[in-house]
Design a protein around this ligand. Structure first.
Ligand SMILES: NC(=O)C1=CN([C@@H]2O[C@H](COP(=O)(O)OP(=O)(O)OC[C@H]3O[C@@H](n4cnc5c(N)ncnc54)[C@H](O)[C@@H]3O)[C@@H](O)[C@H]2O)C=CC1
Ligand SMILES: O=C(O)[C@@H]1CCC=N1
Length: 282
């Protein structure tokens, strides 16, 4: 595995996004924030309001029809739900056979072999799994490239996703569902924990606004220590935990409740769901 932070987008490529929802918006915002000219980005989405908002916010050209959006683009970013990706690809297969594009997919569960087949069998496909903190430039994306992707294609895909945060290449595609289960879905696990902590704070009598601020700032501070201190989570935890103190009492309750096994079960369930999405949408 290699991991990087932001890099400029190399070359003079035109990029078409198919699907203009949450993930496309964070990638478009990251690319434009990183200096990419809006004229080099086209977005296809059937939603009138989605298209109007993308045009107003980023100055990109938008299209109701995916075929029009990809007409001048050599990089196609597939940012639709897994359930509609097959239909989208099959609608673009004739174009993909004529002018083989670099395809970058963010769809959970869908394999490079499926996308290659649906596009007519020749496409170079990079399967990626970003997450919503991409919106803030604090995203995490795992990437896997099929055998048709050359070194320039890998560099380009990595630069594209680096516009929204950190990236890590994965060598075994089977592990992409595990990436989805850890960093793709992971922000939701943290938000659930935040909800539970807020509810617990209110149950202990704290005012709701104070409870929210305490939880937000505690998670932010802890996340910054995790990422900036260079120390393992075990060590950071040990330093908060005075012998026989308050933290120890709380941690014993978490361990007694089986928190570690519960997290392992949750991640395994997300991975299984990724595998099911692949089979169900083939
Ligand atoms: N939301 C998340 O945290 C993450 C989502 N993903 C993946 O990103 C993909 C997109 O998810 P979101 O952006 O969250 O969904 P979203 O629902 O916000 O966006 C999907 C967009 O696709 C559009 N669309 C539907 N049919 C279309 C078609 N035929 N042609 C063009 N556009 C079409 C919809 O109008 C919608 O705006 C999914 O495959 C998901 O698995 C990946 C990583 C994280
Ligand atoms: O829940 C999902 O299926 C998508 C993939 C990762 C995050 N959201």
């Amino acid at each position: 595995m290699t991991s990087t932070s932001n890099a400029a987008l190399p070359g003079n490529h035109s990029i078409a996004f198919i699907g203009g929802g949450n993930m496309a918006r964070s990638l478009v915002g990251g690319l434009i924030g990183g200096g990419l000219a809006a004229q080099r980005i086209h977005v296809a989405d059937p939603g009138d309001a989605v298209r109007a908002a993308l045009e107003a916010d980023f100055g990109v050209a938008t299209f109701a029809d995916a075929g029009e959006a990809v007409a001048a683009a050599d990089v196609w970013v597939m940012a639709v739900k897994p359930q509609v990706l097959r239909g989208v690809c099959e609608g673009l297969a004739d174009t993909a056979r004529e002018r083989v594009p670099l395809v970058v997919s963010v769809a959970a569960g869908i394999t490079t072999a499926q996308i290659e087949r649906w596009l007519g069998g020749k496409a170079a496909v990079v399967r990626t799994m970003p997450n919503t903190p991409s919106l803030l430039g604090a995203g995490m994306t795992g990437l896997y490239a099929n055998a048709r992707v050359d070194a320039a294609g890998r560099t380009l895909a990595e630069a594209l996703l680096s516009a929204t945060g950190r990236t890590a290449w994965i060598d075994d595609e089977m592990l992409m569902d595990a990436v989805t289960a850890v960093s793709g879905s992971g922000p939701a696990y943290v938000f659930l924990f935040a909800e539970a902590m807020e509810a617990a704070a209110i149950a202990q009598g704290l005012p709701a606004d104070a409870a929210r601020l305490m939880v937000q700032q505690t998670l932010l501070g802890a996340a910054r220590m995790l990422s900036e201190s260079g120390e393992a989570p075990e060590e950071l935890r040990r330093r908060v935990t005075s012998p026989n103190g308050t933290t120890q009492a709380a941690l014993e309750a978490f361990e007694a409740g089986g928190l570690r096994a519960l997290v392992a079960d949750a991640v395994a369930a997300a991975r299984r769901r990724g595998q099911e999405l692949s089979a169900a949408n083939d």
